[in-house]
Every structure is written in structure tokens, then in C-alpha cells.
Design a protein around this ligand. Sequence first.
Ligand code: DAK
Length: 671
Amino acid sequence: MQVPQNNPLLQTPTRSLPRHVAVIGAGSIGPDIGYYLKSTLPDLKLTLIDISQAAIDGALGRFAEYANKALAKGKMNAQQAAAVQQNVHGSTDYDAIKGCDWVIEAATENIDLKRRIFAAIEARVASDAVITSNTSSLPAERIFSDLQHKERATVTHFFAPAWRNPAVEVIDWPEAAPALVAWLRWVFCSTGKLPLVTSDAPCFMLDRIFDNWCNEAALLLGQATASEVDTVATEFVHAGPFFVLNLAHGNPIITETNTLQADEEGEHYRPAPIFKSVQKWLTVAPGKRVEVPAATAQAIRDRLLGILWSQSVDILDRAIGTPADLDLGCCTALGFKSGPLALLRQTPLAEAQRILDRLAQERAGMPMPRKPLADYLRFERHVLVDDLDGVKVITLRRPEALNALHDEMTDEILAVIRRFENDPGVAGFVITGYGNKAFCAGADIGRFPSMLGDKAAAAQYSRDCSRLLVHLDSMQKPVVAALNGMALGGGFELAMRCHALVAIENSWMQLPEVSLGILPGIGAMVVPYRRWPQAAGTFHAMLRRCEKLKAKQALALGVVDALAKDSSELIALAVARVQALAQGHSRIADAPVAVPAFEPMDGKAASGMILSPTTLALLERAVQQAAEAPTLAAALEIGYLAFGDSACTAAAREGIAAFGERRAPDFARVG
Ligand code: DAK
């Protein structure tokens, strides 16, 4: 039996991508699921089934509306916008699903109705067609109990808006074939989603958090108003529970799902009766707040944090999901600013214990930790680690930021390397990115504003940020970068310090730093020239004009060692490369290197953007000085200091501000 991999794309799929999918239910979420599938698999045949023709017409109208918006925003071209609407069929007749290889049920949350639908589906599709339900709460073992072929059925729980929200829970229940779960994870990951595997508990993983978060909010209404609760809650979430309930018309759902939990797991889950009598909550929109007396704020805060941690430890103790998925899912699916475990990590443990003790007093029966709190925090949040034939594959997983690097992720990569580098059973490492779009979109630009304006601090930050890269330089065991998509800025700087690079054919590299008014201060002004002197001209253009380097060009230049057609071939190549380098790998040259002179240029990036002459001058000086430096370490130090200089320019302030404000920087104005 194949051992399931944490990175879904490491598993070789047992069947191909779907060709004909039917979605049953053209209400709110069904068409959104269909739109996601069509926008990522344009050749797919999609059939929408509903008992109401008006619902089907509305769904098709929604496809046109979404596609037109995507076109207007430049997210799709005209051809893509047309393709997403082609080969989409609506029908009130279940016979239209004949020939489907995957049917997704997205009907009302009613177990008898769902069972009738599954019987109708099973009578019409092949015995190996995949059947999934979008239920948010009903366990698979109950809804699929009457199916003849249960092994091809499970729950795939999407989150609103399903065309854009990446999270999907995939339920691993005892009757589901392991190959089914592996295939669903692979399909979702290959199509830009974030599959989160959970066990078959009522409400699975994320709705246990969300439903109880909302229920506690309602139970607090005796001592606080909805506006007060939402005001305090926005410390943790982008929108408070009452605001979200209004938006999603969620009151009946909480009544239903918490009744299910109460009936199965105890009275403490019983929904607040007020859900039945209120249509719309009087509350404040995100960004607005009301004054909350200190004691009330404390009571709300304690209770909300208490329920988050109570539910989280219960989910982990019962192995409903993994800690990394829990935190990531809360952020991506539910709009939390930090995951519950990240919040726990930031809180002194005695304070966290006080909050849990208070919850135990106020809400008897709620789950409490079964082991010391610190034990729940021992996990990697931003990387996945897999083992393939004695090679550790480290996958960067920050899908919300195209796997952009930040300090925590850097530390986790380094910690994994340190854990295994002296293990004789480990041949080496592969570093790759999650999904099929990005290896890594660079450093997390959101963190940059804090280091502008202080030369010494910025230079020190560069040194600190280089801890992983400098470690790679001195390693005995090989580390291979497997570029599964774009490698930008700091992401490419990480890849170029690995001991070999392999890439998927359509991947590309870019150093966009000067377009942000900063310098690539952690190696890109130094390493390429010492490692691939034959490609110096290309790197000049990458650094000064942000020119892209496509994988095929990189192969021709010797920057990349081999190209792969798809992700499984990519990882196989990378693993083979690690094994080939087991006897030793070459080091980045320590000696000075000659670089070609910089030709005069028009001061523009390849995109036409006018660049800052100040930034360009700093860049050119640093590249030349670093090339002459007597050692690699001295050259890198020149890069750190040059970054410090760039961080104090008006161009850096403008470039970073413009990225945050989603506008083009005006370097012509700042110089
Ligand atoms: N940091 C943070 N978030 C990022 C990100 C990044 N580098 N790249 C992408 N994202 C986020 C986007 O903001 C977006 O978030 P939401 O809006 O959904 O919340 C999400 O990822 C998806 O991105 P898009 O919606 O933009 O996706 P598209 O396919 O439309 O565009 C893109 C993909 C890669 C063209 C675009 O996202 C983009 O231009 N991203 C920025 C690329 C970039 O400039 N990277 C940074 C290069 S500079 C140093 C240390 C490190 C560095 C330098 C110095 N020292 C300490 C000295 C490194 C510098 C760099 O890496």
C-alpha cells in the first residue's frame, strides 16, 4: 500500500483529471463549485442539476456575471471567459448525469433528501464514478449508508465563496477507498484548492470551530450586545460572528449543526435558543467598532478564545485533523487573522490556562486539554515534510501568499534540515512549493514596511534572513530545489543556494526587487555570478530590468539541471538528483569573479515600468563590488549593506507602499 504523502502532488494519481462533472443543486454554493471547476479545467463538461429551472437559469447567469467581472479585472482573457461558460449544461432531469466521472451533491442539508439524491445518482452513473457531498455537518457514514459502492463516495466540503475560497475539507471515512481520498487531494491541489483531510466527526473540523464560535457569541448576549461581541471578535477575525451570520443567513444552520453536536456529544453544544427568534443581528460592519467596557471586553475575549482552544484541542485529541491544517484552514476558510494554535503560541501558557479554566467554569462539559498545552504546539505550520526513498521533501505551504517566505517559514525549513542532516538514513533534501502555481513568490512583502529607514537594522535583517541560505552553503548533504512554478525574488534566492535546481517546464524565475525600490539583498547580486558566470548577461537583465527567466532558457544556461512535464516527474527528478549528489556537490566559488560591464539602459523594467535611478545605481555598484570581493562571505556582506542603503531611499518607501496599496509605484516622482 502507498503511504499517503502530506504534499498531495507527491502521490501518483490513480486516475486522470475529471472530464464530466455534475453538480446537484443550483442554489448558492453548487454553481460556485461548478464555476471553480470550469475556470481551472476549461475543457470540462459540467452539468448542473436542480428541480427548479429558474435556479438553473440563475446559476448560468451567475457564470456569465463572474466571467465578465474576471475579464474586466484582467484575471481572465476573452478566450478564458468564453471557455468557462462553454460546455455548461443545466437540466432538471437526472438522466443528464449519465457518463459523469464525478458527481458533487450540493443540495439542502437534509439527510433523507441526500439519500434519495445518492440513490438517483447511483442508478445512473458507472460503479466507479466518484460521488461526493458538500455537506458541512452530516457524517459520511450516515449519508452514504445506502450506497452500493461506498468506496467511491465521500464528503468534499467547500467554503463560501467556493469559486475563490481555496479550502476544501476531504473526509477520510472508513469506507472510502484510500485511492479516492488521494485522488481528490491531488485534483484539488492541482487546481488551486487547499484540500484539508479530516475524519468523519459531525461538522468535521472547521465547522466545529465556526459553529461553536458563533454559538458562544450568541450565548454571550446576556452580558454583551452583538456589536460589542463583534467589536472584540475582530481582534481575531476579519469580520465578527454576528456580521458573518447576517451575511450568510446562518442562524438556522447553527441551530441545526449545534443540535447535531448536542445530540451526539452532549448538552454543552446545544444551540442558543435566540437563534430561532432572530432574523438579523444588530451589529457593526468590519472596520467599525463600539466602545466596550473593559470587564465586558475581557469576558468576551476570554470566552471566544476559550471556545477556540477548547475546540482545537478536542479536534487534535480526537485526530479529526492535523494542527497545521487546523490553523491554515481557520485562516483561509473562516477568515481568522491567526489560527487558534498560533494564538495559543502567542499567549503565555498560564494566561491560556486561566482562560480555559474560566471556560470550564462557565461552560461545563466543553472539551479541555488532555495533555500539557505546550504539547499541542509542536508542529510545523508552514512546511510539509515527506520522505521519498530516504530523501526528505520539504514543501513550502503558504497558499494564501503563493508560498512567500517569512521568518517563521525560514526557521521551519532550517529546523527540518537540522533535524535530519546528521541522520545516516537521510540522503538529502528537496525543497518545493505547494500547488502548481508557485515555488515561492519571494519574501513576504507585507513584512517589509517595518524595516525601512534604518540602514544598520535593515542590513542586520539581511544577515538574519540569510541564516538558512548560509547554512545551505556549508551543508554536506545535498539539497535540490524543485521549481513547481514561479520562483520570485527571495524564492529564487533560496533556490539558487540549493545544490541543484530542477524545474517544471512552464515555471519561471524573476528578480522583481528593483520594481519595489529595493535590492535583492540575500544573495542574488552575488551568487549567480559566482555560480553561473556564463549566464552573467542574463542575470544583469534579471536584476536591472526584472526580466523573466523561463525554465527552458535556464536549462540552456545551465542554471537548471533538468526539466519535468508534471509534478510527479518533477519530484522524481529532484529525488534522483539528490541521490546522484550523495557523494558530494560543488560549492559556490569563493574567489572573485569578472562580471561584464553594465551597458547603458533606458531605466525601465521589461514591463515598461519606470524604475528608480537611485535603486539602479545602488544595484550596479553592489554587483560590481561584490564580484571583486575576495570571498563569498565578503561578497554577501556587500549585498547586505547595499540592501541597508536601499531600505533608506524614497524609492523603497514608494515601492513597498505601492505594493500594499495595489497600485503602480511612481519612481519618476521620487527618483
Ligand atoms: N508577499 C506577500 N503576499 C504575496 C506575495 C508576496 N511576495 N506574492 C503574492 N502574494 C499574495 C497576493 O497579495 C495575493 O493575496 P490576496 O490578495 O489574495 O490576499 C495572493 O498572494 C495571490 O496573488 P495574486 O492574486 O497577485 O496572484 P496573481 O496570479 O494575480 O499574480 C504575482 C501573481 C506573483 C504576479 C503577483 O502576486 C505578484 O506580483 N506578487 C508579488 C511578487 C513579488 O514582487 N515578490 C517579491 C519579490 S521581492 C531581503 C529579504 C528578502 C528579499 C529582499 C531582501 N532582506 C532581508 C534584505 C526578497 C525580496 C523579494 O522577494
